[in-house]
Design a protein around this ligand. Structure first.
Ligand SMILES: Cc1ncc(COP(=O)(O)O)c(C=O)c1O
Length: 436
């Protein structure tokens, strides 16, 4: 084992800033205090507040609505120690895409049967790592991947990933992953020749799915492939219905709507007594609403370019304000340019604004020297000043895990909050190794 790498991914060594909310204190109080505290030591670095209750509530909602579907949290979506430890406390499985993600899950004490290596294009050394650590369940969608796995992990238990209708999802995955139904028969036969063990099937309808009907069709496609594989002598016993769920903004309520359709399709085509275990790989759903970002206005400029030379520029409501934050698309907010499910970021001012204050058209930029680093424009907000704090809600998914240190700006620190009831109910002092 590469001990150096293992150390980086050993989450058991992490320290946590956890605030147990007592005496009626709220997340807002924590943010107010943190901003005061930072101000008193001249620190304006961006930070997150992570709310463990939000993840817990999403989990309870999952269990209530999809009782037959065991969640394997998609580590890629937010790979921070606090999230992964919380998932461990909630006893989800882990969907890992690489050796490093498998290392993280193992370091938290997840047993190999709680890990699925759900990437169809894997480096050989990562497959060997999975093999050496007993992580057996993995996905494939091509003959070349089958060959690699038969060489590097001959005992692997394989899920064939099929391409399903992703036309109703904001982020489509079919162009890169998934065997077409027409080629599945040949792949299964090839697996038989290689002596590979195929135990099930996976699909992903795409991230930010807008219509539950695609899950229905995908489950029907899966039934068809299960029947083909069973006829060829494989013992199919695991169905993985992937991710794609969200419950914020336009997606509010969609989770319940999709669940009804998924449950109906499962009960019809994979009834409870059919011997098939059902799992899923939710990412966004679990963490999206759990993180609030606080970023500081580090610079400001008025853009006069579009304005009439004769107008009173200082007073004109048409002037374009430009603000520069210390976090941007190369830090926590790449979703502004690459995540259509959450591209419409709406930062709001932390301090209270008098309702009589005028709003100005504003552009909000990140801190780097790149003009792609724009969080939002044509945004109307009252005049900001250097040193003001802006807050952005729902920043848990595909945010901090896509952070870069471009231009030397540091990753936002995470402060975690939880209500005392949840802390005790889930015995989180043990999970987080703290005596509170
Ligand atoms: C293989 C796989 N599983 C799970 C996920 C998580 O999807 P989501 O965040 O939409 O739930 C993804 C996201 O791209 C993925 O590629």
């Amino acid at each position: 084992m590469d001990r150096g790498t293992m150390h980086n991914n050993d989450l058991s060594l992490e320290n946590f800033d956890i605030d147990i909310l007592d005496n009626g204190r709220t997340i807002k109080d924590v943010i107010d205090n943190k901003i005061k505290e930072l101000g008193s030591v001249d620190n304006e670095e961006p930070f997150y507040v992570a709310d463990l209750d939000s993840m817990y509530k999403r989990h309870v909602r999952w269990l209530t609505n999809l009782p037959r579907v065991k969640p394997f949290y998609a580590v890629k979506c937010n790979n921070t120690a606090v999230v992964l430890k919380m998932m461990r406390a909630l006893d989800t499985g882990f969907d890992c895409a690489s050796k490093a993600e498998i290392q993280m899950a193992l370091s938290l004490g997840a047993t190999p049967d709680k890990i699925i290596y759900a990437h169809t294009t894997k480096p050989m050394s990562h497959i060997k790592y999975a093999c050496a650590h007993g992580v057996d369940v993995m996905t494939f969608d091509s003959e070349d991947e089958l060959l690699k796995m038969s060489l590097c992990h001959p005992k692997a238990k394989l899920l064939i990933r099929i391409a399903v209708d992703d036309s109703k999802s904001l982020i489509k995955l079919n162009s890169k992953f998934g065997a077409r139904l027409a080629s599945v028969g040949k792949l299964l036969e090839r697996a038989g020749e290689l002596g590979s063990e195929i135990i099930g099937l996976s699909f992903h309808v795409g991230s930010g799915c807008t219509a539950g009907s695609v899950f229905k069709q995908a489950i029907a496609d899966a039934r068809h492939v299960f029947d083909m594989a069973n006829l060829l002598g494989f013992q199919m016993r695991l169905l993985d219905i992937g991710g794609g769920f969200s419950a914020i903004g336009d997606f509010t309520g969609k989770f319940e709507e999709f669940s009804v359709m998924i449950n109906e399709a499962l009960d019809e085509l994979f009834p409870p007594d059919c011997g098939v275990q059902i799992i899923a790989e939710p990412g966004r759903y679990y963490v999206e609403s759990a993180f609030t970002l606080a970023a500081n206005v580090i610079a400001k400029r008025v853009n006069w370019d579009d304005m009439d030379k004769d107008s009173d520029r200082e007073e004109s409501p048409d002037r374009m304000m430009m603000y520069y934050l210390n976090d941007g698309v190369y830090g926590s907010m790449s979703c502004a340019i690459n995540d259509p499910v959450h591209s419409n970021l709406e930062p709001y001012l932390h301090r209270v604004v008098d309702s009589s204050e005028r709003s100005y058209r504003s552009a909000i930029w990140g801190p780097t020297c790149d003009s792609c680093d724009k969080v939002t424009d044509n945004y109307w907000i009252s005049e900001l000043h250097v040193g003001d704090w802006l807050l952005v809600d729902n920043m848990g998914a595909y945010s901090i895990s896509l952070y870069t240190d471009f231009n030397g700006f540091e990753r936002a620190h995470i402060y975690t909050v939880v209500i005392a009831e949840t802390w005790h109910a889930l015995n989180l002092s043990q999970t987080f190794g703290m005596r509170k």
